[in-house]
Design a protein around this ligand. Structure first.
Ligand code: PRP
Ligand code: URA
Length: 213
């Protein structure tokens, strides 16, 4: 895949180890859910390294008052793409519990692979927030592109996107359609199969998270 300035692919042994277990068809639903959360937490640490609105606040230690940098109240909104994106929300909340959550529901038409939106509920004042859009799977990129476009239509201009597994064509599509959005993908896979599934991938993330198949 071509290199994109707005794309970060993780190259960390801990992430690689956890993704390998995630892929295994024998991994239980419980373990799958826990791994998605843990990988999201590791990714969030890197994703929030820059661009987070902070402010100085006074803190009184037992010895003196000092000025500290803290993340502004209400600065971050998490937007999972339903369903599978829900599996990543707790992975961010363990680091930053006060982040609010908006939801965008999308499903892929199994024949055209085009995304169909069926739900959208966002915090009213989302425009000036740092918005973290999350979905474990970035396949053709259609769902991510449409979700980001929708958020931009609502006035959001500071968006980051996180996926656990990305196909090269999907990563390229989002990177090119939204060059202003930073994209974080834990693992870049080989390609898509004829049904739009990522290879080697991990199957259907929503079904594995929620036990629907
Ligand atoms: C999956 C996945 C993404 C989308 C990725 O959702 O969670 O949202 O497919 O594919 P794309 O990049 O080609 O758009 P799916 O449509 O299966 O819905 P689900 O999460 O409800 O299972
Ligand atoms: N959605 C998934 O859940 N898995 C894929 O491989 C592609 C899209």
């Amino acid at each position: 895949m071509k290199e994109y300035a707005n794309v970060t692919i993780f190259n960390h042994p801990l992430v690689r180890h956890k993704v390998a277990i995630l892929r295994d068809e024998r991994t239980s639903m419980k373990e799958f859910r826990e791994l998605i959360e843990e990988i999201t937490t590791l990714m969030t640490f890197e994703c929030l390294k820059t661009g987070v609105p902070t402010e100085e606040r006074e803190v009184k230690t037992p010895l003196e008052v000092c000025t500290q940098q803290m993340i502004k109240d209400n600065a971050i909104v998490i937007v999972p793409i339903l369903r599978a994106g829900l599996g990543m929300v707790n992975g961010i909340h363990v680091l930053f519990p006060s982040a609010r959550v908006g939801h965008i529901g999308m499903y892929r038409n199994e024949e055209t692979l085009e995304p169909c939106e069926y739900y959208c509920k966002l915090p009213e004042d989302i425009e000036d927030k740092l918005v973290l859009v999350v979905d474990p799977m970035l396949a053709t990129g259609g769902s991510a592109c449409d979700a980001i476009t929708k958020l931009k239509e609502k006035g959001c201009n500071h968006i980051k996107f996180m996926a656990v597994i990305g196909a090269p064509e999907g990563v390229a599509r989002v990177a090119e359609a939204h060059p202003d959005v930073e994209i974080f993908v834990s693992t870049l896979d080989r390609c898509l199969n004829e049904n739009g599934y990522i290879l080697p991938g991990l199957g259907d993330a929503g079904d594995r998270l929620f036990g629907t198949k």
